[in-house]
Design a protein around this ligand. Structure first.
Ligand SMILES: [Zn+2]
Length: 434
């Protein structure tokens, strides 16, 4: 094994040096001056004559330490050679890889690049742009298991009456084929009935994406049936209905604006918001006279209804659904609303906290290309209309794709637990400190 010449100063560093240099044979030495080289210089690769020791080259890792790599010179042809320094490069990579795993974990928890950079100031300063570059590089190298074969389903219930007898219709609709997989009537809708219905109709050992409404029992039932195989999406259309119901039927322009800002969390309602903001600024001119104001609001609301109707017709002409925001846009819209949550009525505050609590289950559709965000297909199936929710195309930019990949990595248990803590990694550099 490599010979390590110890001084009183580096005596305690022996275990680390053995760990790093142990793989080199006994023709190598680590001198008291900290030079790593061969005891007997090798033969010259050019002329095959013996070489002699010829000082060293220093390599520095900023803030951590420096290593001296032995140099050899040929006494015949004067060419110089340098000893292999791969152990030093490996040591740096060990630390930087651990940083990258740390960055991934922080990104998964939605820490911004600026935030990570500020945290790193406590540990080992890294600039925002370095972190961004390293993170993206690492993400490109991740190999994720294919989730293409995940089954996508809609689940819903109806409560029809058969004569005087209350019945419960449970339905599973395949999101890809838009066809019912199972549609049965039961005398009750107990948790056991729903569980058995799901178990009878779906392979519970395979991953499944299911859209449901907000019935609080579903989360528990589905979890029990599918365990970790479950990706549970709450229907955004149902959420929209709940939001609309939170507001009085006769709203002020201010209330209407807040309503649309809530609807704008997930769906693009920017046009409506712009229109309402313009109305709100005009309202200032009539606030002194209550009667005048009432009349004005009536007219303004009518204008707004006409505007909405126009947008709807336009979408229908272009065969478009109401467009969904990107995940990042939804998050920033939501955060904007949360900033002023104390100024809203209690019912609105409650709604926002509810969205906050269920955020993941409201946004899971973003993580699977082509996954539905609503139970519209099952609603149409129930209403027997011919109209179906065409498959939505989600625009995703690079940042969101990485966010999607991080969530998939989390689901697939791909995050690495550190083998060595950062402190332990830093200790490996002690023998090389300046
Ligand atoms: Zn030579």
């Amino acid at each position: 094994m490599v010979t390590i010449d110890l001084t009183l100063n580096n005596f305690s560093e022996l275990p680390i040096l053995i760990d790093l240099l142990g793989r080199f044979g006994n023709d190598y030495e680590y001198t008291t001056k900290g030079i790593f080289r061969r005891k007997i210089p090798p033969l010259c690769p050019n002329c095959n004559n013996p070489m002699v020791h010829n000082g060293y080259n220093s390599y520095t890792k900023q803030g951590l330490g420096e290593v001296n790599i032995g140099r050899y010179k040929c006494s015949n042809c004067s060419s110089t050679q340098e000893e292999d320094r791969s152990f030093w490069e490996d040591l740096k990579i060990l630390l930087l890889d651990s940083f990258n795993d740390f960055f991934q974990l922080l990104r998964y928890h939605n820490v911004s690049y600026d935030g990570i950079s500020s945290i790193m100031d406590f540990i080992f300063p890294r600039s925002r742009s370095t972190i961004l570059r390293e993170f993206n590089k690492q993400m490109e190298q991740e190999n994720l298991p294919e989730l293409k074969n995940i089954r996508m389903m809609h689940y819903d219930e109806q409560h029809p009456k058969e004569g005087r007898c209350q019945k419960y219709r449970l339905t599973l609709l395949d999101a890809k084929t838009q066809r019912p997989l199972a549609d049965e009537l039961f005398d009750d809708k107990s948790s056991e009935t729903i569980k058995k219905f799901l178990q009878d109709n779906l392979d519970t050992s395979e991953p499944v994406f299911i859209v449901t409404d907000f019935d609080p029992r579903y989360a528990e039932i589905l979890k029990e049936v599918f365990g970790d195989k479950l990706v549970h999406q709450y229907c955004l259309m149902h959420l929209n209905k709940l939001i609309v119901r939170d507001f009085p039927r006769k709203t002020t322009i201010e209330q209407e604006l807040l309503k649309y800002r809530l609807l704008n969390i997930f769906y693009n309602r920017e046009n409506e918001i712009k229109f309402l903001e313009k109305l709100k600024s005009e309202e200032r001119n009539v606030v002194e006279n209550e009667k005048k104001q009432k009349q004005w609001i009536k007219i303004a609301k009518k204008e707004f209804d006409e505007f909405r109707h126009k947008l709807k017709l336009q979408r229908r002409r272009n065969k478009e659904n109401l467009p969904l925001h990107s995940l990042e846009k939804a998050k920033s819209n939501f955060e904007e609303l949360m900033k002023q949550i104390r100024t809203y009525e209690e019912v609105i505050q409650k709604r926002l906290w509810m969205i906050n609590k269920h955020w993941l289950n409201l946004t899971l559709f973003h993580y699977l290309p082509g996954a539905p965000a609503t139970n519209n297909p099952i609603e149409s199936y129930y209403s027997k209309s011919l109209k179906t929710d065409s498959k939505k195309q989600f625009r995703t930019d690079y940042g969101i794709e990485n966010q999607i990949r991080l969530a998939e990595m989390k689901r697939s248990n791909l995050f690495k637990k550190p083998e060595k803590s950062l402190i332990e990694l830093f200790r490996l550099f002690i023998p090389f400190k300046f």
